[in-house]
Design a protein around this ligand. Sequence first.
Ligand SMILES: O=C([O-])CC(=O)C(=O)O
Ligand SMILES: [Mg+2]
Length: 235
Amino acid sequence: MNLDDLKAKRGRRELSALPIPEKELCNRFQEVFTAAVNDVLREHGLLHQVLPSNIAPLKPEMKVCAVAFTVKGSKNLTIESEMEQRAKMLEEIGDNSVVVWDTSGDDESAQWGEVMTMASQKRGCRGAVIDGGVRDTNKVLELDFPVFCRYRTSNGMLGRFRMIDWQIPVMIGQVFIYPGDIIFGDIDGVIVIPRDIAYDVLLKSEYIKENEKAIKQMVLEGLTPSEVIKKGGYF
Ligand SMILES: O=C([O-])CC(=O)C(=O)O
Ligand SMILES: [Mg+2]
């Protein structure tokens, strides 16, 4: 059994370089929409890049595109040095990041709240995607910080749940997420764009956005769906 490749993939890795700055890449993705990105990933044969559909934005207009900062945790009753551990994680969050929580399917605790929002915003964090819960929801909304999650609860994580590690590969639903991948969430949910193909996916998504303008124009002008497809359109 040779595990070298798998070990390299699953361990902590240097982020590969992107052809344009991360910030520009993410800002340009935010101008597109997740369905266009999804169609491009389908062209690449990647059919399982969307997080489970019950992970939804707190408000329909919330949008985030940023670089994955992954966190893994699970239900855990221990408290010893939990706060210090969480502070250390928060202090490692980088600019243009989005915190992505794999909670091992937790259904009880909030992995995110107001103070964590404030601390991460100071470090340039652009949002949080949590396969779990949020609390202090009103305050988080006031801070204008996009959060995608499954539920809201007043249960703090201390004494109920704790982190196992961070900046490691995680899995939410069927989707692998590596630190540095590009995460894009909007009203249609959250999609994970592998870092190595992110720039190519951006260019193709921008093309789709432009091309769909022409398709919609055909519909407005009264062409039937059959005529639209004959002219190269699609739905
Ligand atoms: O401590 C927590 O569980 C999270 C929280 O309330 C906050 O960040 O404000
Ligand atoms: Mg709080």
